[in-house]
Design a protein around this ligand. Structure first.
Ligand SMILES: [Zn+2]
Length: 249
């Protein structure tokens, strides 16, 4: 029930989906919006551990912690699996989405969706006086960047997590911009990162491949791929932060 907690009960949630057609899917920040043919939207937030799985038939074994199963008329199912139940699913009118999820109303630019020049990115950085990592992860600043990708982006740019956003040279802004775009594009290309302690799989149940391309994340005490100095881990507001002790300044 926790997965559909915005509805009074499961029946009410189901009633808004039965007989509807999914017309399209878009991602906004860390949310997925599935547009339905009656103008409603099925909103999905994966939380820490949520997964959407698309099965070809209804007969495939149901994984533990499967909270929602949607069966398609054309065959197969969409299943929402969430061991830690931080994720959720709900149906609402398109116009209500921003009200239901204030985070979406205040979502920053999505670097993969909005064409943004490095100059615009630079002026956004200069308007803030913040440490780079928490700023990159702030969904009101940039949408869709989490803990893993902020570390990879900053390594790519050769910048430390606590470098101040308003103290960057033009060249550093360009490096950060380029690294952000390349890292996010690669993350999508390799279908995300599956880690030993998390259980991320893609829509078809396959683990992501981007963890094989991590340069710093979860590589504590290993050699930096760029300068061979040691990668260190630090706790920053409760999250592990990885960076090279030498070439990130
Ligand atoms: Zn290094």
């Amino acid at each position: 029930m926790r997965s559909v907690r915005r509805h009074h009960n499961r029946k009410q949630f189901a009633a808004r989906l039965v007989g509807k057609k999914i017309m399209g899917v878009e991602r906004r920040g860390k949310y997925l919006l599935l547009r339905l043919d009656d103008g409603d939207v099925l909103v999905v937030h994966l939380g820490m551990s949520g997964q959407l799985l698309r099965t070809k038939t209804a007969r495939e074994a149901t994984a533990k912690h499967t909270h929602v199963v949607i069966t398609f008329t054309q065959g197969g199912q969409l299943r929402f699996v969430d061991p830690r139940t931080f994720g959720e699913m709900f149906v609402t009118e398109l116009d209500n989405v921003d009200e239901e999820v204030p985070e979406l109303a205040h979502l920053g630019l999505d670097p993969l969706e909005t064409a943004m020049s490095w100059e615009v990115f630079g002026s956004l950085l200069a308007q803030r006086h913040a440490k780079l990592k928490p700023l990159l992860m702030d969904q009101k600043f940039m949408a869709g960047i989490g803990n893993i990708y902020s570390d990879e982006i900053l390594w790519g740019a050769g910048l430390r997590w606590d470098h101040m956003s308003d103290a960057l040279t033009g060249q550093e802004v360009r490096r950060l911009y380029r690294s952000m775009m390349e890292t996010l594009q690669d993350a999508v290309k390799y279908r995300g990162s599956s880690l030993a302690d998390e259980q991320y799989v893609d829509l078809f149940g396959k683990p992501g491949g981007y963890q094989h391309h991590h340069n710093v994340y979860a590589r504590e005490a290993q050699a930096c791929p760029r300068c061979r100095h040691v990668i260190v881990r630090e706790r920053v507001s409760g999250r592990s932060t990885y960076y090279c002790s030498a070439c990130q300044v």
